[in-house]
Design a protein around this ligand. Structure first.
Ligand SMILES: Nc1ncnc2c1ncn2[C@@H]1O[C@H](COP(=O)(O)OP(=O)(O)O)[C@@H](O)[C@H]1O
Ligand SMILES: CC(=O)N[C@@H](CCC(=O)OP(=O)(O)O)C(=O)O
Length: 262
């Protein structure tokens, strides 16, 4: 069985066109099986504001205290995960929502960074058996990026990082669905990028904020030999189906240097 991993960003979850869910339904009937992993950063921020808990980001990653962790888990594994599953059911898809905690789907350890980020983790293992068993029964897994360690401690994983770990463990192409048409420079979409160019664009502060973990995730995938990673606009009608059909939309990252501009 072969797979594609689709990561849907919190930036657009509330605004996804119906064609996105129709595309997932269409893809789920094909031989290459889709798996959806989602974020929900704006939803977490909005609940934290209501709770009057301060929140800050360091290079696109949220500083996660115990209180922030509880809120993130509630929003990601609760409301957002179920909202997506219900939308997919409405479109005829057999969707099953699970968090990275369930069945230790995403095993975590603390993310090592220069500045401590609290309960921000990185994925140290993926229970691919669980994902594959759902797919074999024709369920489409919808995964939230809260992970767990052997002590039963939850960890907040940036959804882009979690998507890369999942794609790497399944050796699957990865599509990031977000609110911009791809990586932008001077207002224009860069259609293809190499690893070297990505690092340069981060260094030059062209890539900032939430685009940093996305590009870090891309680099991890390319390093692991994933054939194709793309960042595409979820607001564009049928963007997912078009990208899955090989159309060159958004920004595509290839691990073969000969396909790369510049
Ligand atoms: N060079 C860039 N090109 C495109 N977007 C960028 C760039 N640098 C920073 N960004 C920001 O990254 C955002 C996407 O990241 P994020 O908000 O985390 O999305 P998502 O929730 O889909 O993961 C864009 O909306 C944009 O504000
Ligand atoms: C550690 C970290 O940053 N976790 C993210 C998890 C959600 C996420 O990544 O959502 P998006 O895809 O919408 O950005 C957060 O707390 O916002």
């Amino acid at each position: 069985m072969s797979y594609i991993v689709i990561k849907c960003g919190g930036s657009i979850i509330e605004r996804l066109p119906n064609s996105f869910f129709q595309s997932l339904q269409e893809l789920s009937k094909r031989e290459i099986k889709p798996i959806l992993i989602h974020g929900g950063g704006p939803g977490i921020t909005s609940l934290l504001e209501k709770l009057e808990v301060e929140t800050k980001f360091v290079n696109g990653l949220r500083y996660t205290s115990e209180e922030v962790l509880d809120t993130a888990e509630m929003v990601l594994s609760g409301s957002i995960n179920k909202k997506l599953v219900k939308k997919m059911i409405e479109h005829g898809t057999k969707a099953v929502g699970i968090s990275g905690v369930d069945g230790m789907l995403l095993k975590a350890k603390q993310l090592e960074t220069t500045e401590s980020l609290g309960f921000v983790g990185e994925v140290s293992g993926v229970n691919t058996e669980l994902v594959i068993s759902l797919l074999k029964k024709d369920f489409l897994p919808v995964i939230s990026p809260i992970a767990v360690d052997e002590k039963g401690q939850s960890w907040n994983i940036n959804a882009d990082h979690a998507a890369a770990a999942l794609a790497k463990s399944l050796n699957a192409p990865l599509f990031f669905i977000t609110d911009v048409p791809g990586v932008l420079k001077d207002g224009k979409t860069i259609t293809s990028l190499s690893s070297r160019e990505c690092i340069e664009l981060i260094g030059a502060s062209v890539i900032t904020g939430g685009m940093i973990p996305k590009v870090e995730a891309v680099l991890a995938c390319l390093e692991a030999g994933i054939e194709q990673v793309s960042i595409i606009n979820g607001l564009e009608e049928n963007s997912l189906l078009r990208a899955a059909a090989g159309e060159n939309i958004g920004t595509t990252f290839y691990n073969k240097e000969e396909f790369i501009n510049g």
